[in-house]
Design a binder for this molecule. Structure first.
Ligand SMILES: [Ca+2]
Ligand SMILES: [Ca+2]
Ligand SMILES: [Ca+2]
Length: 199
């Protein structure tokens, strides 16, 4: 009975999935020319941008990253932005986390048991945290009270306007003048100066 039911359900599956006769060479016999002519190197999810030398891949993320040391927060952001040149099409800026998967990967692979500046700040308006690029990150991330802020953070009011990621991968607002390691990201999202420079 079950087989009969399955056969019944699948009558018309060839139309549903657009199955075509495949000949002995493995090619669809009746594939239209415009489909057959699509170059093999076009694939969904491939990055549409190129990145400067020194940026490396991280698992299956489309962005590329580099870690460096020795700048205050604004110096770090400008150093990241400065990586872009006219031979590459990606934008560069302090890392922006669009979701938690990226945050966890960066914490695990790039933080190297240290702390680092990341691309979020309330330099522009106290208590209003903004990411440095035009990427559409959910407004609640980072939220004023929830993860990924560390316990009791942010706590620095006007004295701590830049965000340091600590070893556990949580966020701490910290004095922007501190010199820390930092993580740059190369992606398709441009830095927005109005998100991080005071008016
Ligand atoms: Ca990102
Ligand atoms: Ca602040
Ligand atoms: Ca703090």
């Amino acid at each position: 009975m079950r087989w009969l039911l399955l056969l019944g359900l699948c009558a018309g599956c060839d139309k549903l999935f657009d199955l075509r006769h495949v000949d002995s060479m493995g090619e669809a016999a009746d594939a239209p020319a415009d489909v057959a002519d699509v170059p093999a190197d076009i694939a969904i999810d491939m990055p549409t941008f190129t990145c400067p030398a020194g940026y490396g891949s991280l698992s299956n993320l489309s962005s590329k990253y580099r870690r460096s040391t020795g700048f205050d927060w604004l110096g770090a952001e400008l150093d990241c932005e400065d990586d872009r040149d006219n031979t590459t099409t990606g934008s560069t800026h302090l890392v922006v986390f669009a979701d938690d998967a990226e945050r966890v990967l960066v914490t695990t692979v790039l933080l190297a048991n240290d702390t680092a500046w990341i691309g979020v700040t309330d330099r522009r308006l106290e208590g209003i945290w903004k990411w440095v690029s035009d990427e559409p990150v959910p407004a609640t991330y980072p939220g004023p009270n929830g993860a990924p802020w560390g316990a009791n953070e942010p706590n620095g009011s006007v004295n701590e306007n830049c965000v340091q990621m600590v070893m556990s991968g949580t966020f701490n607002d910290y004095a922007c003048a501190a010199v820390l390691p930092y993580i740059c990201e190369c992606d398709s999202h441009v830095p927005v100066m109005d998100n991080y420079q005071p008016p």
